[in-house]
Design a protein around this ligand. Structure first.
Ligand SMILES: *Cc1c(COP(=O)(O)O)cnc(C)c1O
Length: 387
C-alpha cells in the first residue's frame, strides 16, 4: 500500500509538521519512527496486518452505488462504506496498525485520546485483542454527549479518564494524554488522527491509505475508470488523507474535504481550521490552528464531536497551500440535512461527521453528471438520540 508521501524533509509537508516536544519524548517518537520504517514493508508484519483487516475488521469495505442519492443529486455517487468496519468507522484501520507496532516494541500499556469516542472504542478494541492495558482520555463534555461509546470502552476493559480543562473536548483530551505521556514515557501513545508530532501524521496516513487503495481498485472494476472526485470530511484529517493518498499523484481526480463550519463561520462557533486557522505550533506540530490575535488556541465548535478540533494535520495545511485539495466549510444545519437525506433515501444512517461530506457533495455536484466517491467515514448510531 505504498503511496508517494509528499514529505519534503523527514516529518515535514512543505513548511508544516515537525516535532515540537520535550527531548525525552522526541527520542521515544524517533524510535517509533524507526520501528515503523523497519516493519511497514516486512512480510510477516504486512501479513498480520492485512489478515486482521480482512478477518477482524471486515475489509475490503464495499464501494456502494447510491442510486437514490445519485438521482436526487444529478451525479453518480458511490459511498466508500467505512461505516461497515468493525467498531463502526475508519478509526480501526489505524489502531490496528499502530498496536501491531506497539507489540513489536514490547509495549504493555496503551494510551489514547478520543473525541466522538470512535477512536477510544477502536483503541480499547485492539488493546483487548492484544491483551494490553488501555487508558483513554476524553473531554468531559464529549463523554456526556457520546455516552454509549464510553460504555463500550468500559465493556472492552479500558479505563476512561475524563478531562475537565478548557472546553472539555478533544483538544483537552489530547493535552491530558500528552501530559500523561510526558510523565509515563513507557506507555505507547496510540494517536487517532493524522495530527501531532512526527511521526504520527506519516504513520496514520500509511495505515489509513488502505481506503484509497481499495477505492481505486473497486471503482476501476465497477466503472472502468477513475472517479472525477473524491470527497471526505475532515477533523484531524485521517479519513480524508486515507481516502486521498492514492489519488494525490493523479491530477484528473479532484479532491475535496468538508470541514465543520459549526453554527457559523466565527471564531468560537466553528471548527473550520483550514479556512480560518493561522500557522503556529500546536500540540507538537507546526500547522494551522484556530487562534486569537495573540496566537492562543481558540476552542472549536461543531455538532460533530469527531470534527470538533481547533487544529489540523500538517499534510492538509500543505495540500491547502498547494491547492491540490479544496477545503470547504459545511455548517451544522447542512450536515443535519444530509444526515436525514442519506438515512431516508438510502437506508444508511451516517455519522454526523460523515454527513458533512455528503452535504458538500450534494452542493458541489448538483446536476454535474460527475462520478464521485464519498468516503463514508462512520455510522451514525452514536448520533441518533442527539439529532
Ligand atoms: C473521528 C472521526 C472523524 C474525524 O477524524 P479524521 O481524523 O479527520 O478522520 C470523521 N468521521 C468519523 C466517523 C470519526 O469517527
Amino acid at each position: 500500500m505504498e503511496t508517494t508521501a509528499i514529505e519534503t524533509k523527514v516529518g515535514y509537508f512543505g513548511n508544516y509538521g515537525g516535532q515540537f516536544v520535550p527531548d525525552h519524548l522526541a527520542a521515544k517518537l524517533n524510535h517509533l519512527y524507526e520501528v515503523f520504517l523497519t516493519y511497514k514493508d516486512e512480510p510477516e508484519f504486512k501479513l498480520e496486518f492485512t489478515n486482521l483487516l480482512k478477518t477482524f475488521v471486515g475489509r475490503p469495505s464495499p464501494l456502494y452505488k447510491a442510486e437514490n442519492l445519485s438521482r436526487i443529486t444529478g451525479s453518480t455517487i458511490y459511498l466508500k462504506r467505512e461505516d461497515l468496519n468493525h467498531t463502526g468507522s475508519h478509526k480501526i484501520n489505524n489502531t490496528l496498525g499502530q498496536i501491531l507496532l506497539a507489540k513489536r516494541m514490547g509495549a504493555t500499556e496503551i494510551i489514547a485520546e478520543t473525541g466522538a469516542g470512535q477512536h477510544g472504542v477502536a483503541t480499547a478494541t485492539v488493546a483487548a485483542l492484544m491483551g494490553m492495558k488501555c487508558k483513554v482520555f476524553m473531554g468531559k463534555v464529549d463523554s456526556e454527549r457520546q455516552k454509549m461509546n464510553v460504555e463500550r470502552m468500559i465493556t472492552l476493559g479500558a479505563e476512561v479518564i475524563t478531562a475537565n480543562d478548557g472546553n472539555a473536548t478533544l483538544k483537552d483530551a489530547v493535552d491530558a494524554a500528552l501530559t500523561y505521556y510526558v510523565h509515563n514515557p513507557q506507555a505507547f501513545y496510540l494517536l487517532g488522527s493524522a495530527v501531532g508530532p512526527h511521526p504520527y501524521p506519516t504513520i496514520v496516513r500509511y495505515f489509513q491509505s488502505v481506503i484509497s487503495e481499495e477505492i481505486k481498485k473497486q471503482i476501476i472494476e465497477i466503472e472502468g475508470r477513475l472517479p472525477d472526485a473524491v470527497v471526505a470530511c475532515i477533523g484531524g484529517g485521517s479519513n480524508a488523507i486515507g481516502a486521498f493518498a492514492h489519488f494525490i499523484d493523479l491530477p484528473e481526480v479532484a479532491l475535496y474535504a468538508a470541514e465543520a463550519a459549526g453554527e457559523k463561520m466565527e471564531l468560537g462557533k466553528t471548527a473550520a481550521t483550514l479556512t480560518l486557522g493561522k500557522p503556529m505550533v500546536f500540540q507538537g506540530s507546526y500547522s494551522l490552528c484556530l487562534a486569537d490575535e495573540q496566537g492562543n488556541p481558540i476552542p472549536s465548535a461543531s455538532i460533530a464531536a469527531g470534527l470538533d478540533y481547533p487544529g489540523i494535520g500538517p499534510e492538509h495545511a500543505h495540500l491547502r497551500d498547494t491547492e491540490r485539495v479544496q477545503y470547504h466549510p459545511v455548517s451544522d444545519a447542512e450536515a443535519i440535512e444530509a444526515y436525514k437525506l442519506l438515512s431516508q433515501k438510502e437506508g444508511i444512517i451516517p455519522a454526523i461527521e460523515s454527513s458533512h461530506a455528503v452535504a458538500l457533495t450534494t452542493k458541489l455536484f448538483k446536476n454535474k453528471g460527475a462520478l464521485v466517491v464519498i468516503n463514508l467515514s462512520g455510522r451514525g448510531d452514536k448520533d441518533v438520540s442527539r439529532i
